[in-house]
Design a protein around this ligand. Structure first.
Ligand code: SF4
Length: 435
């Protein structure tokens, strides 16, 4: 069988887990082009043209193996099961809960005359399925939470993934220990609304800080990173824990979406710009060298040029390290899709470009601040033209001459320059691991 995954880290970790369950039952994973008997396509509802992309992948799959079984899973499958089942060549569509029961539901993968749909109403999806990705053994994305109870007006994720629910602290800690023992050096804690960790069956049983405190004691894992956290859920206590921890990396990813309070309210975000500034300042006070990443949306309905410039200036003045810029696009069934004063596409594209260059500038400035510093880099299995890459604790991407003995090792380095590709170069690897 072969997999194709669209979307976020959560989707990748879920594909990875589903693929392991196939392998445990004796299936062999092959590349998409290796004429597999089964194709599993994991879709995303946030991806632009999700429908078009899905059609294209199905078409490609059919041209590679005309008789293969094609199953579609993921967020888009939960949102539009009937539409997807009508795509020529699709054999089955499985919803948010059913995707984890794929092997039982689809039996021997015999193609039926009509496509099958296995999806229940998202309100009834309450189970938590733990997942982790394991491409190489260096960094793993471990899912600790799923779903979201917020109702940001631009977002379809709550409709596709359901209510907020989490794994137990005990399970996450045990998974972390096993992953650490298997050689994984860094675990990235992933979820839809990760900071909302602690809800089980709609009841708050613990919270994100309890999870972090437990993981901070897991000696088998050298590094933990928090993938992304809503600013209103990033408490001083969490920042203090990261500041005092040897395991939690000084790196935060804080979705902002807009620097204008008018827009934040229209987006139904749960904070205003002053809270965001406060959290960034506290991070910088406790961890001056921390990396701070920001998600920002341009072209939300009703965003005037003045409001856009407010966001631009807001970000320009904040000591953040890089931006992930999203050009707003209408999603069916969201409140924002019905809002007035739609921003023309050419304006959205221009503004997006402006913020992307601001991001480059911010990143360069942040990287330059690291020149001359000694940093610890986890070199990954990401080799290109005899160069290996890795990340420092504060998420500076480093390149160095490939040395197989140093892959998947944490090595102290001295950062000497930023190269033309925008990576930090190292003057010397300070530890002689050959000794
Ligand atoms: S916090 Fe908002 S943007 Fe994030 S998943 Fe929940 S509803 Fe969507």
């Amino acid at each position: 069988m072969a997999f194709y995954t669209l979307g976020c880290k959560l989707n990748f970790s879920e594909t990875s887990t589903i693929s392991r369950s196939f392998e445990e039952r004796g299936f062999r994973k092959v590349d998409f082009t290796d004429k597999p008997d089964i194709f599993i396509i994991n879709t995303c509802s946030v991806t632009d043209n999700a429908d078009k992309k899905c059609r294209k992948i199905v078409r490609e799959a059919r041209s590679i193996s005309a008789d293969a079984y094609v199953a579609i899973i993921g967020c888009y499958a939960q949102l539009k099961p009937t539409e997807l089942s009508e795509i020529e060549g699709v054999d089955a569509v499985l919803g948010a809960a059913e995707k984890f029961r794929l092997l039982d539901l689809l039996g021997d993968f015999t193609r039926k005359p009509e496509p099958e749909i296995f999806a229940r109403e998202i309100e009834r999806v309450n189970s938590f399925n733990s997942s982790y990705s394991i491409n190489d053994r260096t960094r793993t994305f471990l899912k600790v939470q799923d779903g979201c109870d917020y109702s940001c007006t631009f977002c379809t994720i709550p409709l596709a993934r359901g209510n907020s629910r989490s794994d137990t602290i005990e399970n996450v800690a045990n998974e972390a220990i096993l992953l650490g023992q298997s050689g994984v050096k860094e675990i990235v804690l992933t979820g839809v609304n990760t900071g909302d960790f602690g809800l089980r069956n709609g009841k708050r049983e613990d919270s994100f800080i309890d999870l972090l405190q437990a993981l901070d004691k897991v000696e088998e894992v050298e590094r933990f990173r928090i993938s992304s956290i809503e600013p209103n859920l990033l408490t001083y206590e969490i920042i203090d824990l990261v500041a005092n921890s040897k395991r939690f990396m000084p790196h935060f990813h804080l979705p902002l979406q807009s620097g204008s309070d008018v827009l934040l309210k229209r987006m139904k975000r749960r904070y205003l710009s002053n809270l965001y500034v406060d959290r960034v300042e506290y991070i910088k006070k406790r961890l001056p060298h921390a990396a701070i990443g920001v998600d920002v949306i341009v072209g939300f309905p009703g965003e005037s040029e003045d409001e856009f410039l407010k966001t631009y200036n807001f970000l320009n003045e904040l000591p953040v390290s890089y931006l992930h810029v999203f050009t707003y696009s209408e999603r069916p069934n969201t409140k924002a899709a019905c809002m007035e004063n739609v921003v023309p596409m050419d304006v959205r594209n221009r503004q997006s470009k402006m913020l992307r260059s601001l991001s480059e500038k911010k990143k360069r400035f942040f990287y330059e601040q690291n020149i001359g510093q000694v940093a610890k880099v986890l070199f990954e299995n990401d080799i290109e033209d005899s160069i290996m890459h890795g990340f420092t604790e504060n998420y500076v991407r480093v390149s160095a001459k490939y040395d197989p003995l140093r892959v998947n090792e944490i090595i102290p380095v001295s950062i000497s320059a930023i190269n033309v590709e925008g990576y930090a170069e190292v003057e010397e690897l300070l530890e002689n691991i050959h000794a």
